[in-house]
Design a binder for this molecule. Sequence first.
Ligand code: NAG
Ligand code: NAG
Ligand code: NAG
Ligand code: NAG
Ligand code: NAG
Ligand code: NAG
Length: 612
Amino acid sequence: MWIYSAVLLLVGLTQAESPPDETLDRFLNETNQQLAVIYDQAVLAQLLNELRGPNDLVALLEIEVTDDKLLKYVRTLTTRKAKFKRLGLGDTRQRRLLSKFPQLGYEALNDRDLEHVYALASNMSDNYHNVKLCAYKQPENCTLRLIPEVQTIVQGSRDLAEIEYYWFEWRRRTGLATRPQFVAFMDLYKKTARLNGYPRAEDYWFRSLELDGQETMALLDKIMHGLRPLFLQFHAHVRGSLRKMYGEDLVPRHRPYPQHLAEVFIGNAFRRVQAEWYVDLPSPEAGLANITQELHRRGLSTTQRVFWNVAEYFRAIGLPQLEESLWTYAQKVASDDDDRCWHKAWRYYALPRTNFTYCPLNDEERFFNMFEAQADLHYYRAASAQPTLLQEEPFPNFSDAIGKCFSMAASSPRFLRKLGLLRDAKWKELPARLNRLYVQGLRVVFLLPVFYVLDRYRVEVLAGHIQADDNEAYWRFTEHYTGATAPSKRTNAQFDVPAKLLMEVDDQYASHFLSIVLQFQLLKHFCAESGQFENGNPSKPLDLCDLSDQRGIGGILQKGMSLGSSVHYRQVLQTLVGEPEISIEGLLTYFRPLQDWLQEENQKNDLEVGWK
Ligand SMILES: *[C@@H]1O[C@H](CO)[C@@H](O)[C@H](O)[C@H]1NC(C)=O
Ligand SMILES: *[C@@H]1O[C@H](CO)[C@@H](O)[C@H](O)[C@H]1NC(C)=O
Ligand SMILES: *[C@@H]1O[C@H](CO)[C@@H](O)[C@H](O)[C@H]1NC(C)=O
Ligand SMILES: *[C@@H]1O[C@H](CO)[C@@H](O)[C@H](O)[C@H]1NC(C)=O
Ligand SMILES: *[C@@H]1O[C@H](CO)[C@@H](O)[C@H](O)[C@H]1NC(C)=O
Ligand SMILES: *[C@@H]1O[C@H](CO)[C@@H](O)[C@H](O)[C@H]1NC(C)=O
């Protein structure tokens, strides 16, 4: 039974207090049209950048020009918008449109502060990207970038002193070196929040989720609480493996594990080549599937074939058929660097078209990426039913969850077998399944607490509960939530927060966090509704769920995606999964077989769970 919920949508309408206002209507229509034209120029500039490579000056200039144009336009909008808001004009939908106007952000600061805040942000970001460390025991050799050089050295090292050296240097040169910038930045961020109408800066931090600071933290806390039992078992197991490798002196019982060693261990799950050589798999004899090899054997070795194969997948679950010209006009991206080469859909707001760019590499990652890119394409087209102001996803990274849900379903051994890959029956049996879950688990389960801590720390700073450079508070959060500790005691003489900020300093992590949790929730829902997953039925576990040909899914997806951001994400979720909130249950169900195995192994090997 597919459950539709139109009820919540109707509730919105009945709350309308004032009738629609005609002057406001004209203003909104004009804004939608003008924004669409400027957005399209920005998209074309980005597309040029993608096609010509990151150093093309024409594309970079074009990006700058359109940014500027948008900013100027937003400034003119801001005063007019304020007037309509003050008068309280308009019905619910009009007010929704008003609330989705682009905001000034830092541009609300005075010129001096504005210049300062940009300088601070780029100083921190440049520092992170340009810092060069000296090689271990080679004080003359100081040319190592953090990524990839230092990362690669540490990942391949068995020398404890070397791993430790780089851990300390990384933090000294990224964290301590930018402490004053970080502190000054957080101050200006608070000021920005106030000037944008948010007396509490933590509310501003999470504005794109349309939840206030307290609501967001309550949601994140609830998810962390739900994750805890699985995390504790997994943590205990990894600590056991580390103890085997490094001994009980370095990895004592009932203590958080040393972060520098755990990072090397967990980082191995992200290796592209031969991860099984480095990771302690539950069933080494069963191994991990090599899907790249299978794709080539099966003849799915051109991007064009993959494109149409995946297009057919989505058509067969009830989404619209893609037109021939989409591929005919598709262009190859400039970069074939592994980390930058991806398939991508491009949407326009005024132009009546969609473009597609592709990466010519044909491997496992690009194969699953095709599911994500085409899911985006369907999303863009569905949401184009909305006016420009309401076409964005309900919160950043929301659409990623849909794409990842389908690439995850496509990586199910049941589906891959249907496609003529993974013919060996062993891939559907428990030993191989546990291996797959273990590697996926290392990538997902250990990441969530790290994301949580980064947002928690900055929110505590914004709320004024701690100083911006309270390193000891940072380590209290890190120990409590991630079960990891520094190689030696850290105090407020050091500052380690910026060392982990792989994104810009003002990017919140909550939307990534929620997106990861949501992808499992979507999977569980679609699999349960289509009968491909049954709770308690060992022949229908969630990790084997195959969604191909489940025609009922398309209609629901279309309905949810076409809402864009015309309503709160809770109402979109109600449509998509029949419940209004993001929940950890899907993720827990997915990893259930692994959790059972971990628990048994931990008991069998007398591994303690948790830490003091
Ligand atoms: C604004 O646009 C809507 C939808 O296109 C249209 O129905 C409405 O008449 C327009 N309002 C004005 C005042 O132009
Ligand atoms: C950042 O600012 C500091 C202090 O003003 C300066 O010493 C440093 O060179 C700057 N770093 C970058 C990458 O701009
Ligand atoms: C510097 O150190 C790195 C890492 O140990 C090494 O790969 C490289 O060859 C060294 N360069 C020189 C000039 O010694
Ligand atoms: C999978 O097979 C391909 C092609 O045979 C090979 O190049 C690649 O290294 C293998 N990948 C892994 C993860 O073993
Ligand atoms: C985008 O699509 C249009 C037609 O739909 C085509 O004319 C154009 O060449 C495409 N552009 C790129 C960069 O793919
Ligand atoms: C969220 O979006 C950013 C920017 O597009 C991307 O780099 C990141 O990988 C996304 N996160 C997830 C969990 O999809």
